[in-house]
Design a protein around this ligand. Structure first.
Ligand code: DX5
Ligand code: ZN
Length: 223
């Protein structure tokens, strides 16, 4: 069981004109930089992409995790790996054969995870749970930062965590959307090992301090 919790800082609500500086603000506390990639088809907005990964790579030694909210995610794996991405998560809803997509990500040199929308039964990931490095559960409608976490995600986190533990797997459970200091502990208690936060960090008056507190909560420490 993955026991050390992590914080992923999602740059979607950072000031992108100063991206490297924004990321450095939270370096001390965030093990992961979460990069939301949207194609305007799988979700309405377009956002970020390979050039952002390549631009940021020389400025951070943190794990760079791409969250692909795109159709046909496999077509981007090679270029994202070349740009310096470390981990890719695609949506379960976007692929026909998740295990094939995971194998393609690994062949490109990436670690691989899967993301589930709130409407997708969590049991759909169980048949291939032993193939993934992480499972990311959306706690909002994907596409936008700044929404409120849907409490429906808590029993979903519990169900995925219980299945991972029952099978003795080393799979991270991530929660994405609306994670703030006041609800983060509940998400960790439900089984999340990685807290993802954009506005909870970058829209705060003191991003480094919010990142510090969220990281402590992720790791089960008193904040
Ligand atoms: C939304 C993205 C999230 C987003 C979270 O589609 O997947 O990662 O950046 O933003 P907050 O933390 O503001 O809800
Ligand atoms: Zn995301």
């Amino acid at each position: 069981m993955a026991s050390v919790g992590k914080l992923a800082a999602s740059i979607l609500s950072a000031d992108l004109a100063y991206l490297a500086d924004q990321v450095k603000l939270v370096h001390e506390h965030a093990e992961v930089i979460h990069i939301d990639i949207m194609d305007g088809h799988f979700v309405p907005p377009i956002a970020l992409g390979t050039v952002v990964v390549a631009s940021l790579r020389p400025h951070t030694d943190r794990t760079m995790h791409g969250h692909l909210m795109v159709d046909a995610p496999e077509s981007y794996f090679e270029e994202l790996a070349e740009a310096g991405l470390d981990v890719v998560s695609f949506h379960h809803e976007a692929v026909a054969e998740p295990v094939t997509s995971i194998d393609k990500a690994r062949s490109a040199g990436l670690r691989a995870g899967v993301t589930l929308n709130l409407e997708t039964p969590v049991g759909e990931v169980f048949p291939y749970l032993d193939h993934v490095d992480d499972v990311m559960l959306m706690s909002i409608k994907p596409g936008w930062s700044g929404q409120v976490l849907d409490p429906e995600v808590y029993p979903r986190l519990e169900a995925v965590r219980a299945e991972i533990d029952r099978r003795g797997l080393e799979v991270d459970v991530e929660v994405d959307g609306g994670v703030k200091i006041d609800n983060a502990r509940r998400a960790v208690e439900a089984g999340a090992t990685v807290l993802i936060s954009a506005s909870g960090i970058f829209q705060a008056s003191d991003p480094a301090e919010n990142a510090r507190v969220l990281r402590a909560i992720a790791n089960g420490e008193a904040a």
